[in-house]
Design a protein around this ligand. Sequence first.
Ligand code: FEO
Length: 401
Amino acid sequence: MHCVRTIAPDVLYVGGSDRRLALFENIYPIPRGVSYNAYLVLDEKTVLLDTVDKSVGERFFENLEYGLQGRMLDYVVVNHMEPDHAATLSELLRRYPDVEVVGSVKTMSMIDQFFGLDLSGHSRTVKEGDTLISGHHTFTFAMAPMVHWPEVMVTYDTTEKILFSADAFGTFGALGGNLFADELDFQGQWLPDARRYYANIVGKYGVQVQSLLKKAAGLDIAMVCPLHGPIWRKDIGWFVEKYQRWSTYTPEEKGVFIACASVYGNTENAAEIVAARLAENGVREIALYDLSQHPVSDMVGEAFRFSHLVLAASTYNNGIFTPMENLLLDLKAHNFQRRTVALIENGSWAPQSGKLMAELVGSMKEMTVLQNTVTLKSTAKEDQRAALEALADALAADILS
Ligand code: FEO
C-alpha cells in the first residue's frame, strides 16, 4: 500500500525506509535504519528525482503509481547512480519505457555499466548550468563530482527553491511519519548519525564538498531534499555550518576523544586516569570509548567531532592492537586531519604501539602529536601517575586556552 506525502506544492515524497538492513554498504551498522528518498514533481510534465534501493522497491513503485494517478512519467533525474538509489532504475525503465533519463555524462556510462541498457532516444545528458523545464517548474543542474561518486550532480528547482542534494546533507536513520528535520529532535537524536554518515560516506571528499557548498551559497534555498534522512526547510544554515566544519576537518567541539584498544583493561585504566585529570582541569567534553565495543564507523564520527584525541593502545603481535589500527587506518582513509593527539602505549615485553601509532598519525595532514607519550609495561604503576597527569595537563591547557 502506498505511503506518499506532499512536501511542497506539486512535490511528493515517494521514497521508503529500511529498518531491517544491518549494514549499510555492507559495512556500516545502521541500528536506526536508513531511508532512501525519492521525489516526484507533478507539473505539466512529471519528473521523478532519483529512485531507491531494492529493499524498498515495492513500496516505491506503489508510491510512484499512486502519485502519478494514471499519468505517464516523463523524466527521471538520476542525481546519483550508486545502487542504494539506482538499483531500481532498470525496473523503472521497464515499467515506464517512455521515460526520458536525465543525468550527467558519467551517469549515462554508469547506467550502461550497471544495466547494459541502451538509452539512445530517451536520455538527456546534462552539464553544469543546464536546465529542464517541466511547465511551471524549471530545474537547473550542478555537477557535484565525488560527493560521493564521480557522476553525482544536484538539481535545483528554481520554482520552489528546492535543492535536491543527492548524498549531501544525508543522514542515517529510518524516517517514520515526520519527514522534516524541524519536526524531529534532530540535534538530540539525529546529529550523531548525520555526523557518522558524513564522516564515513563523504568524509574523504572535503574539498569536493566545499566546492558544492560554494555553489549552494549562490542559490536561494527554501528546502534541501537529500537522498537519505530528513528534509530541511528550517535552520538550513545550522546544518550547512556543520557541513562547513566537517568538510574542512574543523572540530565541532573543543574536547577529547579518548580511544582505548586494551586487551585486559590495563591500557584502559591509564586512559581513565587521563580522563579524570582532564575533568579535574575543567574539561567537560570528554568521550572515552573501548574501541572493541563500538563499530569503527561510530568512532570515526566521534573523531570528526572532537579537537583532541588520546589514543591508548596495547602492543599486539608486535603491532598496534587491532581495534586501534583499524580506527587509524579508517581515519587516514577518510582524509582525517587537523587534530592534536596524545599517545599511551602498552607492551608486556616490547612496547611498539606508540611508535607505530605516531607513524600512522604522522601520515595524516596537519596532525600535532604531543611528545610526552606514556609507555606502560603491562600495567600503569603509581610512579607513572605523574606522567599520565602531565599528559592530561598539556591537553587541558591546549583545550582551555
Ligand atoms: Fe546514498 Fe552514495 O549513495
